[in-house]
Design a protein around this ligand. Structure first.
Ligand code: HEC
Ligand code: HEC
Length: 243
């Protein structure tokens, strides 16, 4: 991908965020009503789609995470995390640098409302023993190591939980491994108490790889929504995930 093009689009997107104007490359609109239609969120978000896939729907391959259909609070928190340096990625840090909270919330609402099909289930290539390890971690955890089941926070179907707990299925395995690694080394952080840092640090290298490959290979029916927040307390307190 041509990085110069990406950055000029990103610049146009951040400029329009600050000024409320349509990106510079938008075709001139003939009348007021058409102008409003031209300046839709979909058009402003063209720069995102280049990396995150059609309408924010990335596949299991590669590194870019899907953003469509994730809980609004989760997306908003991540955009803020990039803006404030709790997560590091050159493009994302640059892009969010001058965006206001209000605009970040609009972006989060837009992508969260998209209801697009998930990629189909794929072969995980795990041995029977590795598959059992992954399913045990996801649905039961390892209580003897104070490691709660992933599903106790990420939702019983691992499709996320409102308002701010993300679903994990179908994300690229390389992306999942990198995120867990970033928490272990302190390169990614969430609001304190950062429960996900505790979880990531309790996993072994082998478990990170096995669970990531298992999560990535699953699919979800179109239209699956994050679970509604329940009164059930989380197994460890989380600074993000509830707000
Ligand atoms: C040049 C490629 C690129 C562009 C353009 C881009 N992103 Fe990203 N984005 C990434 C990468 C790579 C990551 C994962 C970074 C990491 O490792 O933490 C990411 C992560 C994210 C995340 C966190 C996802 C999650 O599951 O935690 C959100 C939300 C996001 N981007 C939104 C956007 C939006 C909105 C736009 C457009 C305004 C955009 N991105 C444009 C590359 C890009
Ligand atoms: C105590 C609750 C809790 C448990 C248990 C938990 N998580 Fe999380 N997880 C979170 C929260 C909260 C976030 C969002 C953090 C943020 O806002 O950055 C998260 C985010 C993630 C992300 C980032 C997703 C993305 O799109 O970037 C990954 C990967 C992840 N968790 C993997 C796991 C795995 C694997 C397990 C089980 C071994 C697990 N989590 C168990 C609370 C939990």
């Amino acid at each position: 991908m041509n990085m110069k093009l990406v950055f000029s689009l990103l610049f146009a997107a951040s400029l329009s965020a600050v000024t409320g104007l349509a990106p510079a490359q938008a075709p001139p609109a003939p009348s007021g009503a058409t102008a409003a239609i031209h300046d839709t969120m979909a058009q402003r978000m063209q720069a995102c789609v280049m990396c995150h896939g059609k309408e924010g729907r990335a596949t299991q391959a590669g590194y870019f995470p899907r953003i469509a259909g994730k809980p609004e609070g989760y997306l908003f928190n991540q955009l803020k995390n990039f803006r404030e340096g709790r997560r590091r990625n050159q493009a994302m840090n640059h892009l969010t640098q001058h965006m206001s909270d209000d605009f970040l919330r609009d972006i989060a609402r837009y992508f969260s409302a998209l209801d697009l099909p998930y990629p189909p289930a794929s072969a995980h290539g795990l041995s029977a023993r590795q598959q059992r390890t992954a399913e045990q971690l996801v649905f039961k955890g390892a209580p003897e190591r104070q490691l709660p089941a992933c599903a106790s926070c990420h939702g019983s179907r691992m499709a996320g939980r409102s308002p701010a707990m993300p679903g994990l299925l179908t994300l690229p395995a390389d992306y999942l491994i990198a995120q867990l690694g970033a928490w272990r080394t302190g390169l990614r952080a969430a609001s304190v108490p950062d429960c996900m840092a505790d979880v990531a640090k309790r996993l072994t290298h082998e478990e990170v790889s096995v669970v990531a490959r298992w999560l990535s290979a699953q699919s979800l029916p179109t239209g699956t929504k994050p679970e509604v927040a329940s009164a059930q307390p989380l197994p460890i307190r989380c600074g993000s995930g509830n707000e």
